[in-house]
Design a protein around this ligand. Structure first.
Ligand code: ZN
Length: 342
């Protein structure tokens, strides 16, 4: 089969389009004929090499996969050959207390397809049977691949971690990012007032279409000052953040007293300044968030199937052009998801 892999860590030039043997499945696996695979920043981290994601090389990345069931293992009865499926990116043990309580992203053995195992930058991928879900009939393969990772991330941040409520105000950083484009829609759907940021004016109407009530261009405006104006000096109840040092101070100064800041990423670096006096006197809650649960993906898939959430795809590339696709992701010149078609 054709696949895109890297033999050593480094820049986009390490990606190569080659022939690999088709994966062999075990009794509890499903072989998926990949039709589409969306890009995530995770793909960049693992290509560059990151101690959080140790992996044998060569490696095939790709965590957001949609395709057709090609074969199933002897113990698999939840899907059949020919079914259209999307793949839940999280792998967990399904035996520990966290997994049995539905908190599978807290499992000690939690790992990601495309990071720990070979992913979807390939014609075929092998995944555990619990990771495949049917694709709602209204969605194309590209659309189905565009939302699993970012929608569980957004749902987990907004609802499990921030406990966002109807009527609250939320600041979502980066409406044009994968997570941001889903988080804006979910927060709007939940009845929150949504303020979001973009890096250029042409992204503003797109953010409004997703449900943002106010959009701040962070390259020309001071985010925290605009937030204060928009909230009559109070600040927001919740900040959803995945960018890191470049926006950290703006995030903290946008929070109302008792506000909750949820962070799930560090695309501009890992170290931020934190004045503890500011945190305790304003009684902030700062929480980390990592991926989401399988149940959160089931719920999100239902909402996409009902048309209440819309896939946001900026551009598709054929698999053989994965390098160019990753370069576009690094350029930040996109709105929504970049998807490989296979
Ligand atoms: Zn577990």
């Amino acid at each position: 089969m054709k696949a895109v892999l890297f033999r050593e860590h480094g820049g986009p030039e390490k990606l190569s389009y080659e022939d690999l043997p088709k994966p062999e499945i075990g009794m509890q696996d499903v072989l998926v004929r990949v039709k589409a695979c969306a890009l995530n920043h995770l793909d960049i981290w693992i290509r560059q090499g990151n101690p959080a994601y140790p992996m044998p090389l060569p490696h095939v990345p790709g965590s957001d996969i949609a395709g057709i069931v090609e074969a199933v293992g002897g113990q698999v009865d939840n899907v059949a050959v020919g079914d259209r499926v999307l793949v839940s990116p999280g792998i967990s043990c399904w035996r520990c207390n966290e997994c049995l309580a539905g908190r599978d992203n807290f499992c000690r053995s939690y790992a990601l397809i495309g990071a720990m195992t070979y992913g979807g930058y390939a014609e075929y991928v092998k995944v555990p049977f619990r990771n495949v879900l049917p694709i709602p009939s209204n969605l194309s393969f590209e659309e189905a691949a565009s939302f699993p990772l970012v929608s569980v991330t957004a749902a987990h941040m907004l609802f499990a971690q921030a406990q966002l409520e109807h009527g609250e105000t939320v600041l979502i950083m980066g409406a044009g990012s994968g997570v941001g484009s889903v988080a804006v829609q979910m927060a709007h759907l939940a009845g929150a007032r949504v303020i979001t940021t973009v890096g250029s004016d042409e992204k503003t109407p797109k953010a409004v279409l997703l449900g943002a009530h106010a959009v701040i261009n962070h390259s020309t405006e001071k985010v925290a000052e605009r937030v204060k104006l928009l909230t009559e000096g109070r600040g927001v109840d919740v900040v959803i953040e995945h960018i890191g040092p470049a926006v950290w101070e703006n995030c903290l100064s946008s929070l109302a007293k008792g506000g909750r800041l949820i962070t799930c990423g560090a695309t501009t670096g890992a170290d931020v300044k934190l004045d503890l006096r500011y945190v305790y006197s304003r009684q902030f809650v700062i929480k980390g968030s990592y991926m989401g649960t399988r149940a959160e993906l089931v719920k999100a898939t239902e909402l996409f199937g009902q048309g209440k959430l819309k896939p946001v795809i900026d551009r598709t590339y054929p698999l053989s052009e994965a390098k160019a696709a990753q370069q576009q992701l690094l350029s930040r010149k996109f709105f929504g998801k970049i998807v490989l078609t296979v």
